[in-house]
Design a protein. Structure first.
Length: 171
């Protein structure tokens, strides 16, 4: 922001830091992550030359910047969860086990917490830090993941217990 605009940067930070930080905490549920989001928000505001709006809309503008930063960070975290995979040799060995075959049937967003908890032996708080979500969200994802994994295991077991089909030409 240029000096002489409706709000210079120092005034902007003094006036809006606390509401932006509070919104960030409510949005992500973690103090450390909220501090980073707040800092990124004000950096994004600083990189804008001016704010083309009414002064009464400044807080809304900052909240919008914060939410955009939150979404960008969440997308990056989601993209990095696809790299939470076991080493290649372990994947080949595990692919033949029913549990990992069933794991492939679980929704992608639930696979990462399950792998981090059961295969990597991380605690709830470590998973929360790694994925950039709250511990409560980790618990919810693990609960949903266990439910889907249990259903997938049951269907895998039912398929393996069923007699092999002889094809449509044999009676």
């Amino acid at each position: 922001m240029k000096p002489g605009t409706a709000l210079d940067f120092e005034t902007l930070v003094e006036r809006y830091y606390q509401p932006v930080f509070t919104f960030a905490v409510k949005l992500c549920g973690q103090l450390g992550r909220a501090l980073e989001l707040t800092q990124h928000t004000f950096c994004a505001a600083l990189n804008r030359e001016t704010f083309f709006g009414e002064p009464q809309n400044t807080q809304t503008w900052l909240f919008t910047l914060l939410f955009c930063e939150f979404l960008k960070e969440s997308r990056r975290a989601r993209a990095s969860t696809s790299s939470i995979i076991l080493p290649r040799r372990a994947r080949k060995q595990a692919a033949s086990t029913p549990i990992f075959a069933a794991l492939t049937k679980v929704r992608k967003e639930l696979q990462a917490p399950l792998i981090l908890f059961y295969a990597k032996d991380l605690s709830f708080s470590q998973i929360a830090d790694y994925l950039g979500i709250s511990v409560e969200a980790v618990l919810k994802l693990l609960s949903q993941g266990r439910e889907e994994l249990s259903t997938a295991l049951a269907s895998t077991a039912a398929q393996s217990a069923a007699p092999p089909s002889r094809g449509k030409w044999h009676r």
